[in-house]
Design a protein around this ligand. Structure first.
Ligand code: ADP
Length: 459
């Protein structure tokens, strides 16, 4: 069910990601395509402008009567062909007029697909030149025009007016250049886009699916943790309730009840209710600590005093089970932290209670307090049963117990160390454990020290 939900969400995420990426890619493709067209057209247009400008200047020098082309123009354009006259098949470029200082340009006109046409003011064709003389005639005086030949090849052409020396409109000069090379390159580019795009989209789709999986992993993990937590909490809460119901049931079946039996029954129920209550309290504390919503009363706290209080309180308990409780508390300099006293007390006492619980009689528990560079270091060492490496990484997890059955005998729910870790993290500290099975465990807490408190803050 949840796998289906996660797969659906993963698919949606991957779909959106692939869609956005494909749109972006297509957009980039279109922009690149347009830029390439623009760059090509710019260079072609510049070339056309140069050729047309040069010709225009040269021809205009010899124009006298509107519509009449002076013979001298033949020197400028050796292959010019007047309409109605026979035209040279092989123009003599070598003996062209000295006006063509740039013979390279003249050659270019003949080698490339150029079309040069001279029109009178009414748009009637007077003469043609260049390698293409078969283009359809266009009229109109727009500067830039597109022309398409009989085979569908596009030409770009510039139209410039020609004037006589006394500034009368003589006619028009049209210089056109084939766009065949550009068009074939653009066609190849379009083909590359067309074939490349589906392949890229497939690639993006696959990588989106993989990336969505990566993104969903932590969510999936915390969802699983949440589910495990709910199941564990429900299970732990059910245990005392089941015990209460069982006690009530067996009592109800008794034909009669002595006062002693009634008191015993009530004591059992009270014990289970207390266990239930403690569990609810721990769960609430844990969730508030993790959500940082616990109302705390942080204050300047002397760890030396707190540790001495703890030793005093737990000595009797340790003695009762034949354990030695030793304190190694740095005395030359008191260590201060800024924290809620009840919480820090709860933190260390959880570790001490565990140490007492998991150490067999005649063992030893040592409480250490010393100063690190920026941290106060608290250690709780025991010579108890120890924790095997496979469990060590999980002991701070909620409801985790190394040995379920044994812990159940002690009535512990496996929340003590997770509460300890949550408290330590609230104050920017850390907690770690080292342990060896059969030899004992050492829990080490680091809490950020307050720099030497001022006499004012001590008050
Ligand atoms: P519990 O309330 O069951 O003690 P904790 O969160 O305090 O839960 O501890 C988790 C588990 O870690 C315990 O069930 C126990 O198996 C193991 N553990 C904790 N402290 C010690 C210790 N000092 N020695 C050996 N095992 C320990």
């Amino acid at each position: 069910m949840q796998t289906g939900l996660f797969n659906r969400s993963r698919l949606q995420l991957a779909g959106w990601y692939a869609l956005v990426m494909s749109l972006l890619l297509s957009l980039v493709g279109i922009v690149v395509y347009q830029v390439i067209i623009r760059a090509y057209m710019d260079s072609i247009d510049r070339e056309l402008e140069t050729v047309a400008g040069t010709l225009n200047t040269g021809i205009e020098l010899y124009l006298k009567q509107p519509g009449r082309l002076e013979p001298f123009v033949k020197k400028l354009l050796p292959d010019i062909c007047l309409i109605g006259e026979s035209c040279p098949s092989q123009p003599d470029l070598k003996h062209s007029h000295s006006f063509w200082t740039d013979h390279h340009m003249l050659n270019k006109i003949h080698q490339s697909d150029y079309s040069i046409r001279v029109l009178d003011p009414s748009g009637k064709l007077i003469a043609v030149s260049g390698s293409r003389v078969d283009l359809p005639l266009t009229i109109g005086s727009q500067t830039w025009q597109f022309v398409v030949d009989s085979e569908g090849n596009r030409f770009h052409q510039i139209v410039s007016p020609l004037h006589t020396s006394d500034n009368q409109l003589w006619g028009y000069l049209q210089v056109g250049r084939s766009l065949k090379e550009l068009d074939s390159r653009l066609a190849a580019l379009r083909l590359a886009f067309l074939l490349g795009l589906p392949a890229t989209i497939i690639f993006i789709g696959v990588s989106s699916w993989w990336l969505a999986g990566l993104a969903m992993r932590p969510i999936h993990h915390s969802y699983q943790q949440m589910q495990r937590f709910t199941a564990d909490a429900a299970h732990e809460l059910r245990t005392p309730l089941t015990a209460i119901l069982a006690t009530l049931d067996s009592t109800r079946r008794l034909p009669s009840l002595t006062e002693l039996e009634a008191r015993d029954t009530l004591k059992t129920i009270e014990r289970q209710v207390n266990r239930f209550f403690e569990l609810v309290k721990d769960l609430l504390l844990l969730s508030r600590l993790e959500q940082h919503t616990l109302s705390a009363n942080p204050q300047l706290l002397c760890l030396n005093e707190l540790m001495n209080d703890l030793v005093e309180e737990f000595s009797a308990l340790a003695e009762a089970v034949n354990l030695k409780l030793i304190a190694e508390i740095q005395s030359h300099k008191p260590l201060y932290i800024f924290a809620d006293e009840d919480q820090i007390y709860r933190l260390v006492s959880n570790l001490v209670v565990n140490a007492i619980q998991y150490t067999s009689s005649s063992g030893c528990i040592t409480l250490v307090l010393e100063s690190g560079e920026r941290y106060a270091i608290i250690e709780v060492r025991d010579t108890g049963i120890g924790i095997s490496p496979e469990h060590l990484a999980h002991v701070f997890d909620r409801f985790y117990r190394v040995n379920n059955d044994r812990s159940r005998q002690t009535g512990n729910a496996g929340l003590g160390l997770s509460i300890a870790r949550a408290i330590v993290e609230t104050y920017g500290g850390s907690i770690r454990v080292k342990s060896e099975v059969g030899k004992g465990s050492t829990f080490t807490i680091q809490l950020p020290l307050l720099k030497t408190p001022t006499s004012e803050s001590l008050r």
